[in-house]
Design a protein around this ligand. Sequence first.
Ligand code: KG4
Ligand code: ZN
Length: 339
Amino acid sequence: MRVLGIETSCDETAVAVYDGERGLMANRVWSQIELHRPHGGVVPELASREHVERLLPMIEDSLGDAGIAPQAIDGIAYTAGPGLIGALLVGATVARSLGYAWAVPVVGVHHLEGHLLAPQLEPGAPEFPFIALLVSGGHTMLVEVAGLGRYRILGETLDDAAGEAFDKTAKLLGLEYPGGPALAALAESGRDGVFEFPRPMLDRPGLDFSFSGLKTAVVVALRGRTLDAQARADAARGFESAMVETLVAKALRAIRQTGIGALVVAGGVGANRRLRAELAAAVVAAGGRVHYPRPEFCTDNAAMIALVGHARLVAGEREALPVHARARWPLDDLAAPRH
Ligand code: KG4
Ligand code: ZN
């Protein structure tokens, strides 16, 4: 089965073609970052309009990349949520219309299920069960993944997502949106121990996260100070250390609590070099192993949506004609396909 995947949940317009035998045949991502940068964050209405303009040409180009005609598509998968409702509806409407025109089945996919199963796009993917640490601009959670549609949320953020905390702190340090990567680069020249920020919720049992207090601690520490370049780097270093240490400690706790040693790291913050290095060292020392999908499969993409859609369509899942899109969608609502 050959599936066209469509992802429009936030500020990336993405299209992919995934074939059950040949694997990924096309994978295009159009990042809208430059469009939103002047506004300091994603503007939902601008995102929707950009999806409208980009999506159909990108589908044509992706079919071209794969070297196939539309008749060679056997099914379509689109991100049905969670995400920005207007943005989601663009992908949903295009997917359902093409499904109708091409007379092929269509399935709406949960965006986070895409992130959780993205490692399967590459050889050497970990076998079920594994623990996933999902750290992006919109989500921070630890999930036990037992199989397709079999997820148990072990812990999640009670307020800001990890990427959001990076971005907000970067803004405080005068860096441009999205500031996570810029803050990480600045932290390279920062010194340890100049700024000591709290490690949120490490003193409490459980696997939930909370990052809004950390951001406040940075605000308080910087208040009334004129920061030279070295001090800004030191502050970035202090913040990054607190984030990394917290994420590593909770991931280790999840491994100990479940007895599952395989850890997958997904989401944009998974690109953070110190997080990668320190997680790898800590998890290996605890007898486990860490798996990082390639960066293009860590961040938002349609390959992961096509992959999940393929698995669900092969299992016989079908949707009726109405379009489904949900701004909020608890991962716990998903079920394994009925065989
Ligand atoms: O998964 P993603 O590409 O998009 C969604 O949130 O859906 O994640 C983007 C987030 C942003 O908050 C960005 O600042 C953060 O990941 N990020 C980083 C790094 N690279 C991206 N945060 C810290 N260090 C990085 N190297
Ligand atoms: Zn995402």
